[in-house]
Write a protein that binds this ligand. Structure first.
Ligand code: MN
Length: 737
């Protein structure tokens, strides 16, 4: 049994100071390693890696001024607490050598072998990834990370330890950088640690992020918890004793009870979710009971429920239905008479090991074990495999990102077929998601569902434990609307590919008509061109593989047909006697200030749904006959638009921004005389035009002003909003669309 990992109250904070002696730190780390690795050769290799890294980093310093080598030692130490294998420890010691000292990966390979070189190489590549800037880059970086994970999951475990130590020692960095790192950690690495089952690491990362990003809240929680230290200790001791006595009475001599306050971030989330102040949060404590076997777990939960009233809806059986990361436990929340609610987790000692080490348990060092290779173990992680498949299937970066967020970071619910088969689904899944999980054909022909025997629409929300029966009809076909409420990637992809096939058929018909019309204008006949095989020249000139493909791209409006015909059959050009009219589906120049695939002569309209402004991230969507419609990358409609018809667009430089853009603003003010006039003045002073204005007074006597104004670009809008906000008695200014 490995030594239990320390709770997160001691965070080794501030150990990154100049006075620390690397050799001393290394010895401390080595003694931890020796507690579970006895093999002399392995220990010698670890020492060799340390000396190598120490020499390579030389007198490099961290931002704090401490010797750089302290960082890799600390990362390795975090990992030793997870009892990872020798290769991971060595790779941790070497993880910044290639990145920071210009050493070649070949040299690492020669010195330490291929496995370690691969791990270091993976970490070097991950070090270059930053999860910010545009959605597209972010999705691309996600892809890279997933690939690194797929090759060898140890890379990610080491990366998490690296991030943990960097978070623990943030204070020497400039505040902007600190916030960026904390936000990235909160968005990506903390959920990943949770998904990999390394829960104590997730908690610590989250708390460190909270301290950085919401320092006031962090301090408030810390202050409150510290103020009640005595009370808290008494409470934990009391509950622990009652539980222990009761369990002993029933003969559970080996049962161990632990109590602790919940971590800060989970308290913060609860305050946020339920809009509560700290003083209104009562379940601040969590208790854990460890027993010998599964039967004992269920018996113990029975005893607990007989003693204290369970809170309805809070009992969760992750033993019968383990989480995808193999987490197993029973969870319940009970209310003591005149006491606050307490969360109680009950599991076996073995299950607990999995909770503490998570995925790392799979690489836990075992004497005589052959060094593990990531790929075989990967097979066990269904969710990771799904993401791997996804990254082949989904080419659109925004869609990929959205799917990852659902698949990687959301909690599961478990739903049953009437036959008792269980399907794990993400939170907020609908009966339609369930239908697609059962079988694609069931999904495609769903008309409704019975949830626990009651008729429920396909868009309803499922709960864990629901029994779902899907009603189907052979006449049913997926509709676009379905995309608005399904949450699983599988359902979304299947619906979309059905709609795409349908749309392709339609586009083919339209494209064929357009081509026939245009050919006719030049006295050419499509059927003739087909029979004498000249049609090949047409679709080859358009770089399409078949005539059908050509029809489709014409139907989508992606091709200038007269130009194509002119290029292939120039001798058929008629003398230009008639007025030249651009065909309706050929976009023309508008000076909209947007480049479509680098061209500025394409007809462009702006999505009414999001009214993009110059300076914002945008994408284009090819409409039929109306040119390209431009949306903000974060437009809620963006995901529903067919990715096949998506095109890259960009703003032209400022000097060419001639068009004015409509924006809706909502302003809330105190109801004071003259405030409207002052705001109107502020807007005009900034050079923006007011198109429409509406004024209301709310029940609590506040003024609500709705303005439609036109601005030049994002910068312009920002200056207008600033000017409004500086008018006295303005409470809030926000952009509606
Ligand atoms: Mn590092």
């Amino acid at each position: 049994m490995p030594t239990p990992i320390k709770q997160n109250e001691e965070k080794n904070q501030g150990n990154d100071i100049k006075s620390l002696d690397p050799n001393e730190l290394f010895q401390k780390f080595l003694s931890k390693v020796k507690s579970y690795i006895k093999n002399e050769e392995a220990l010698a290799n670890i020492e060799k890696a340390y000396n190598y890294a120490h020499t390579k980093h030389g007198d490099q310093k961290r931002a704090s001024g401490a010797p750089y080598i302290i960082h890799p030692i600390a990362v390795a130490e975090v990992l030793s607490e997870l009892h990872v294998d020798v290769a991971s420890l060595i790779a941790a010691l070497l993880h910044d050598v290639v990145e920071d000292t210009g050493t070649g990966i070949e040299e690492i390979k020669a010195e330490f072998g291929e496995t370690i070189a691969d791990l270091v190489d993976g970490l070097t590549k991950l070090a270059k990834i930053e999860f910010r800037s545009s959605q597209e880059r972010m999705a691309e970086n996600f892809r890279k990370m997933i690939l690194a994970m797929a090759r060898d999951l140890r890379v990610i475990i080491i990366k998490l330890a690296d991030r943990l130590h960097n978070m623990r020692t943030l204070e020497s960095l400039p505040s902007l950088k600190r916030r960026r790192i904390a936000q990235e950690t909160l968005d990506i690495y903390a959920p990943l640690a949770g998904r990999l089952g390394i829960y104590h690491m997730r908690s610590e990362l989250e708390d460190l992020c909270l301290k950085e990003t919401k320092n006031e809240v962090y301090k408030e929680i810390a202050r409150n918890i510290a103020a009640k230290k005595k009370e808290r200790e008494t409470y934990i001791k009391e509950v622990k004793e009652i539980l222990e006595n009761e369990l002993r009475k029933y003969g559970f001599k080996n049962a161990k009870v632990y109590g602790r306050p919940k971590h800060f971030f989970s308290i913060y989330k609860k305050m946020l979710d339920r809009q509560l102040a700290f003083k209104d949060i009562h379940d601040l404590f969590a208790f854990r009971i460890l027993v010998d076997n599964v039967r004992d777990c269920y018996e113990v939960v029975g005893i607990v429920h007989a003693m204290w009233k369970p809170m309805p809806g809070r009992f969760k059986d992750y033993i019968a239905m383990p989480k995808p990361n193999f987490y197993q436990s029973l969870h319940t929340t009970v209310i003591r008479p005149n006491g606050s609610p307490a969360e109680i987790q009950i599991r076996t000692h073995d299950m607990h090991k999995v909770c503490e080490y998570g995925i790392a348990a799979h690489w836990a060092y075992k004497e005589k074990a052959t060094p593990g290779n990531g790929s075989t173990d990967l097979e066990k992680f269904a969710w990771l495999r799904q993401i791997m498949e996804l990254q082949h299937d989904v080419k659109d970066p925004n869609e990929f990102l959205a799917a990852i967020k659902v698949d990687l970071f959301d909690e599961e619910i478990f739903v049953f077929t009437p036959q008792g088969d269980v399907h794990p689904l993400p939170l907020r899944a609908t009966p339609l998601d369930f239908a697609f999980a059962v079988h694609t054909d069931v999904g495609l022909s769903s008309v409704g569902a019975k949830v626990n025997g009651r008729i429920t629409p396909l868009r309803g929300k499922l709960q864990s434990g629901d029994i779902v029966e899907i009603l189907t009809s052979p006449n049913q076909h997926p509709s676009k609307d379905w995309l608005n409420f399904v949450v699983t990637t599988k359902a979304r992809n299947k619906i979309r590919s059905f709609l795409r096939a349908e749309e392709r058929t339609k586009s083919k018909e339209i494209g064929k008509e357009i081509l026939e019309d245009e050919l006719e204008k030049k006295h050419l006949n499509l059927n003739k061109l087909i029979s004498n095989r000249q049609v090949e020249q047409l679709y080859k000139a358009a770089k399409e593989g078949t005539l059908d493909d050509l029809f489709v791209v014409i139907g989508y409006g992606k091709i200038n047909v007269p130009e194509l015909i002119e290029k292939v059959f120039p001798e058929h050009t008629l003398p230009q006697t008639k007025e030249i009219k651009a065909p309706s589906h050929v976009p023309k120049s508008t000076g909209s200030g947007v480049l479509v695939s680098g061209l500025d002569n394409i007809l462009v309209t702006f999505g009414r749904c999001c009214n993009p402004l110059p300076g914002e991230d945008i994408f284009g969507f090819i409409t039929r006959g109306r040119g390209v419609s431009v949306h903000r990358t974060d437009c809620p409609r963006a995901l529903d638009l067919d990715p096949v018809r998506r095109v890259k667009v960009s703003w032209t430089d400022t000097t060419r921004r001639v068009a004015l853009h409509r924006v809706h603003l909502r302003i809330i003010t105190l109801d004071r005389q003259g405030v409207l006039a002052e705001i109107t003045m502020a807007i005009s002073k900034c050079g923006a035009n007011i198109q429409k204005a509406q004024v209301k007074v709310s029940n609590d006597g506040k003024g609500i002003l709705l303005f439609e104004i036109t601005v030049k670009d994002l910068e312009h809008l920002t200056s207008v909003m600033k000017a409004i906000a500086s008018v006295p008695d303005t409470i809030l200014v926000d952009r509606q669309s």
